[in-house]
Design a protein around this ligand. Structure first.
Ligand code: MUC
Ligand code: MG
Length: 367
């Protein structure tokens, strides 16, 4: 299981319906397919999504950092030496999705070598997760129509609503329209991607107090340190740190500093090894977690559900696993399906990521 070669393959697949949110928008899945090859002929696979507005990575930077810096440091290590791999990857700061994809590809190799699903190796709690769908910025009637379509087509009953627009009252009206249209039994929570100030966030939360929301995420910047603490102290909802708490040290800082009371775990940025560290930290502190979505394609979504289904606390809340529905196509030979509001892990050895060679040839950007 010695690592002998890596590939970082840029590909681009357009979105049928772009996702818009306070910190950016996504029109094309310009991701990087990461493959790790071993001397015994195994290949681990994962994907890295560039999110320049969140982590500063681009498609080009992910390819370059893997090819030029990360891969040369891990060649010769085995897939069992994950701690050694982490230590080598951690010599480079930043680049979270590039590192995470390598980590998940190594777990894929381990699963294949053991003949077991990665989700089972990670924890094996259940074989599926309830799905939460992310509703991006649009006029309120279009947001309602999208949520109704996703509910009626896929049985999804939980929605994360993107907020953070100016004026904040536009988002308050959209959330109210969603609650009125969807009824009291649908789960609704909000994510501001740092678009509001602390005081706008506080006003918005007060005006939405009757809407039965379950969480509020990153409504204002964590760098507005005192404002954010002031907001979180009065928030009637668990306040999720997403992009402000991407490593265990940041999680500690945000939680103990009073800037968050719940954590979003995204395998796209912490892989499986570091996601488990974040998860166990949260469990030890008694803090709820939600499986977030880095606007993943189907490869990334398969990784998220493998991790989310593996643990009791990640499987408790609906996981954000449906952004791939908005893409025009994807790379898997057998596409993912959401049925009765649930997404299942792939049975079989490893992560079950089987890439369609024709699709990869069509969408790759390096040939
Ligand atoms: C989310 O939860 O914020 C949008 C930006 C990002 O980094 O992730 C997505 C979804
Ligand atoms: Mg978020």
């Amino acid at each position: 299981m010695k690592i002998v070669r890596t590939e970082a393959i840029p590909f681009a697949i357009p979105y049928a319906k772009p996702l818009k949110f306070a910190s950016g928008e996504v029109h094309t899945a310009d991701h990087v397919l990461v493959r790790v090859h071993t001397d015994d002929g195994l290949t681990g696979t994962a994907e890295a999504p560039p999110r320049p507005y969140t982590y500063g990575e681009t498609q080009e930077s992910i390819v370059a950092v893997i090819d030029k810096i990360l891969a040369p440091q891990i060649l010769g290590l085995t897939a069992l030496e994950r701690e050694a791999v982490q230590a080598r990857l951690d010599r480079t700061v930043g680049n979270p999705t590039a590192k995470a994809a390598i980590d998940m590809a190594l777990w894929d190799i381990l699963g294949q070598a053991a003949g077991m699903p990665v989700s089972g190796l990670l924890g094996g709690y259940t074989d599926r997760m309830r799905v939460s769908h992310m509703v991006g910025f649009a006029p309120a009637d279009e947001m309602v129509a999208e949520a109704e379509r996703i509910r009626d087509t896929y049985g999804v009953t939980t929605f994360k609503v993107k907020v953070g627009r100016q004026p904040y009252t536009e988002d308050v009206a959209a959330c109210r329209a969603l609650r009125e249209a969807l009824g009291p039994d649908i789960g609704l929570y909000i994510d501001g991607n740092r678009g509001w100030t602390a005081s706008e966030s506080a006003r918005a939360l007060r005006e939405m107090a009757d809407l039965g929301l379950t969480f509020a995420e990153e409504l204002c910047p964590a760098d507005d340190v005192l404002g954010r603490r002031w907001l979180v102290a009065q928030s009637p909802l668990p306040f999720i740190a997403d992009e402000s708490a991407t490593r265990t040290g940041e999680v500690t800082r945000e939680l103990l500093g009073g800037s968050a009371t719940a954590i979003s775990i995204k395998t796209a940025r912490t892989g499986f090894t570091a996601s488990q560290r974040v998860l166990h930290e949260c469990e030890g502190l008694g803090v709820e977690v939600v499986m977030g979505n880095q606007i993943d394609g189907q490869v990334g979504t398969l990784c998220s559900v493998a991790f989310g289904a593996a643990h009791r606390s990640t499987a408790h809340h609906a996981g954000e696993l449906s952004n791939f529905l908005d893409m025009t196509d994807d790379l898997l030979t057998e596409p993912l399906t959401i049925e009765n509001g649930h997404l299942r892990i792939r049975e079989g050895a490893g992560l079950g990521i089987d890439i369609d060679p024709d699709k990869l040839a069509r969408y790759r950007q390096d040939r």
